[in-house]
Ligand binder design. Structure first.
Ligand SMILES: NC(=O)c1ccc[n+]([C@@H]2O[C@H](COP(=O)([O-])OP(=O)(O)OC[C@H]3O[C@@H](n4cnc5c(N)ncnc54)[C@H](O)[C@@H]3O)[C@@H](O)[C@H]2O)c1
Length: 353
């Protein structure tokens, strides 16, 4: 097992990566100061179906609350329903929520923990590659509104994160690709030498991404500055996902990690069009995505004007168009972008005007 500390002053915790790490749940809960009496395991039908809850023992009285999953389920209605089930099951302030699933479950379970009785303890057991390398770590929790992704949420740090690589054996190929979308982000954020990440075996790769994220989160827990860099590729990604939310999830049929891969390539094109990077660095973005078997192609038939409109609604936009862009000084936040330049870059990637 590999242990990566997230050394926050107020809420330090460990992320444990390894084959069978989920079985450390009982030990982690048992070692807590004032252990809970009850644990609510919030999970998803696919995780139950794959058999990963069998033998999962928190050492406490346990209830299992199952959601159906998907971005449509990441809603305030789901949060209300789960909170009401906690009341019915008699959960107190000293009890605990454990999220067992991909990023959708960990975002939902974390948010329930953040607001139930104004906050109860929470542990993440991350079961998708994307959740292990990114979503389950760092304390951002949120649900979607019809108007956009992750628009309602809270910062709520877990007490521990267990990244069990054994459970990845049942992860569908498409979800592996989604996880690689976030890994591509970490490779690019590392800059020179970032490709070394691609040479690591799975455990070390997950641990390295977690360590990269932990370092950023510790330096800027509530995203007042540097943490925004973790949103590299996400401005367009969230616009694409919001489009799906508005039109129904199957409109583009894009998963988060796929949208991030597209967003990363677009960020490179936009940086190039703004004269911030050369063609060689755009090529490098393409090569890194290619190494991870991702193409980053924009789906056909999208309107550049509409996408720019969606991007303006992104949480990172402060009433303007904000992007995370590469440049001479490295990857940084760039505010007040000209909508016409962004539209033109989108059109070069194949969008309609
Ligand atoms: N909070 C954060 O910091 C943060 C960061 C990145 C992404 N996110 C969020 O994470 C979400 C995406 O997460 P995701 O890609 O894990 O999606 P997901 O939770 O929907 O999981 C992907 C799919 O894989 C299935 N699955 C998960 N683990 C499995 C396993 N071991 N075996 C079989 N099937 C399994 C799930 O049932 C689901 O169908 C998005 O909503 C995104 O906004 C949050």
């Amino acid at each position: 097992m590999l242990t990566i500390p997230v050394a926050l002053d107020d809420n330090p915790y460990d992320v444990i990566v390894g084959h069978g790490a989920r079985h450390l749940l009982g030990q982690v809960v048992g070692e807590m100061h004032s252990p809970p009496k009850k644990v609510a395991i919030i999970t998803e039908a696919n995780i139950v179906g794959a058999g990963w809850l069998e033998g999962l023992d928190s050492g406490c009285e346990q209830v299992i609350l199952t959601i159906s999953g998907g971005e449509g389920d990441k809603s305030l209605a789901t949060i209300e329903s789960l909170c009401r089930q906690l009341v019915t099951a008699g959960f107190s302030r000293n009890d605990m929520v454990v999220g067992v699933g991909g990023g959708i479950v960990t975002d939902i379970a974390g948010f329930v923990a953040a607001i139930y009785h104004r906050g109860i303890r929470y542990i993440s057991v991350a079961t998708s590659l994307l959740a292990q390398v990114d979503a389950a770590v760092g304390g951002k929790t949120a649900v979607n509104l019809a108007e956009g992704k992750n628009l309602v949420g809270a910062f709520w740090q877990p007490s521990a994160v267990l990244c069990d690589t054994e459970v990845l054996s049942t992860l569908p190929p498409r979800e592996w690709a989604c996880g690689r979308g976030e890994i591509a982000k970490y490779v690019l954020l590392r800059g020179q030498g970032g490709r070394d990440l691609l040479e690591l075996d799975l455990h070390d790769q997950v641990a390295a991404c977690v360590a990269d994220k932990a370092m950023v989160v510790v330096s800027d827990e509530k995203e007042h500055g540097r943490r925004a860099l973790l949103n590299y590729g996400h401005t367009l990604a969230h616009a694409l996902e919001t489009l799906d939310l508005e039109r129904g999830e199957t409109a583009l049929d894009l998963r988060h990690g796929e949208a991030v891969a597209i967003g990363l390539l677009f960020a490179a094109h936009l940086a190039f069009d703004l004269g911030r990077i050369g063609e060689d660095r755009v090529h490098e973005h393409r090569m890194i995505l290619g190494d991870l078997d991702l193409d980053g192609r924009l789906p056909e038939g999208l309107s550049a004007a509409e996408l720019v409109d969606f991007m303006g609604r992104d949480k990172k936009a402060d009433h303007d168009l904000t992007f995370i862009l590469d440049g001479e000084a490295g990857i940084e936040v760039v505010k007040n972008l000209d909508a016409l330049v962004v539209r033109s870059s989108l059109e070069k990637m194949g969008a309609k005007p």
